[in-house]
Design a protein around this ligand. Sequence first.
Ligand SMILES: [Zn+2]
Length: 109
Amino acid sequence: MTEKTIKNKYYYKRVDFFRLLYKIKLWPSRRGVLHGIKSIVERGQYAEVTTFCNKKFIVKNSRHSRAARWLRNKWVMDACKICKIPSWKVEKYSSTVFTQYYGSHLQNL
Ligand SMILES: [Zn+2]
């Protein structure tokens, strides 16, 4: 996937959390570091997320979770050095806007 032009993307604020993770492939850690997601394995309401720096954890599909809120509000300070997130991906994420009343629901992913 290559994208030369960065334009604002609008996502509906109440978008399904897992769909959002699949789309942006980024994970905010509790310490405010952004990691790149290598894989997501869904198991019902839970998913096993593996980052490029080989951290593995189980997340619950909740838009109200800490990670969901952090992603929407962009409360991240740093990008993980080991994950080596490409800059276009970070830029794309930075230009993403979460809106309350319109935007993509990411349902066809
Ligand atoms: Zn990482």
